[in-house]
Design a protein around this ligand. Structure first.
Ligand SMILES: [Zn+2]
Length: 300
């Protein structure tokens, strides 16, 4: 299924959220941010033409994609994208798109690479999201996926101590709070393969996400320890966060040079990337305001 014309699953929306400031800047997450940067650097292609950042939020990771000529920042929340604009400044390298991951507004085979960090854990239907990512990636394109793992050491210990009902070793997804999901690593690998991805590397990240360690061990040391431990990710995955480096395998067509957007409502190709995006198929008009393309369907 490439486009679901029925209503899409519920979306976790960060509209109006100060997530960037409260979680990252004031929330004591320097360690998580530093170790993510290391994992991304290890897994991302050195350079490329066009990268899709899924769930870009306020653009925390975007400056890490310097090797790419252009980056599309995609998020469901307009206010997150506005924060990203403020952070990154005016730069033609960046294209801002508000859209639903379950109906990506791009033609098939468009991107050379995609990243999805701290985003899949909001997906009720992760396979549908991964299917959409596969669709918009070109032949051999790289996909760097970060997901929240249910099979982490803390969950295992809690389970053994009978302080947690759900089994961290079983394949099914666990929703620990509304629209927040933890996945089993083997299930993620199965889903990626079934969509047509080939898996190359896995890095385990945030081995030391424990309050007392973050308080007492210097950040630089904790980061170096995690950087070393990440390399065991191919053997076992017992961290709360896992990065996977995958790529599109098998035959796939590259998008035509002029093609870019595709109508999320009817699937028609939209006219060349421009400010006026009226769909020739269904007549829907997709606004471009304040430097952000808005492909979210308004619910009546
Ligand atoms: Zn249309």
């Amino acid at each position: 299924m490439l486009f679901n014309f029925m209503s899409t699953p519920p979306v976790c929306n960060y509209e109006g959220s100060d997530y960037q400031a409260s979680f990252w800047e004031k929330g004591g997450r320097s360690y998580e941010d530093a170790v993510e940067a290391i994992a991304l650097k290890r897994l991302l292609p050195q350079q490329g033409r066009l990268l899709l950042e899924l769930g870009a939020g306020a653009g925390r990771n975007t400056p890490r994609y310097q090797g790419f000529e252009r980056v599309v920042l995609l998020d469901y929340s307009l206010t997150q994208l506005e924060q990203a604009q403020q952070r990154l400044g005016s730069d033609n390298r960046y294209i801002y798109v508000a859209a639903n991951i379950y109906r990506l507004p791009f033609v098939a085979g468009l991107f050379d690479a995609a990243t999805m960090v701290r985003t899949l854990h909001h997906m009720v239907e992760p396979e549908l999201a991964l299917n959409q990512v596969y669709y918009v990636l070109g032949p051999g394109a790289a996909f760097i996926l970060e997901y929240a793992s249910k099979q982490n050491l803390k969950a295992i210990i809690r389970y053994w101590l009978h302080r947690q009902q759900w089994n961290p070793f079983s394949p099914e997804t666990v929703e620990f709070t509304q629209l927040n999901f933890d996945f089993h690593p083997a299930q993620i690998r199965r889903w990626l393969k079934s969509q047509g991805f080939e898996i190359h590397r896995q890095l385990t990240v945030s081995h030391f996400r424990l309050g007392f360690l973050k308080r007492w061990v210097p950040l630089s040391l904790l980061t170096r320890m995690d950087a070393a431990a990440q390399l065991t990710g191919g053997w076992w995955q017992l961290t709360p966060s896992v990065f996977v480096q995958a790529s599109v395998s098998g035959p796939k067509l590259r998008a035509e040079p002029e093609a870019f957007f595709r109508c999320p409502a009817c699937g028609s190709n939209l006219p060349e990337l421009s400010e006026e995006l009226a769909c020739p198929g269904c007549g829907k008009h997709w606004p471009f305001e304040g430097g952000i393309y808005d492909f979210r369907e308004k619910t009546p």
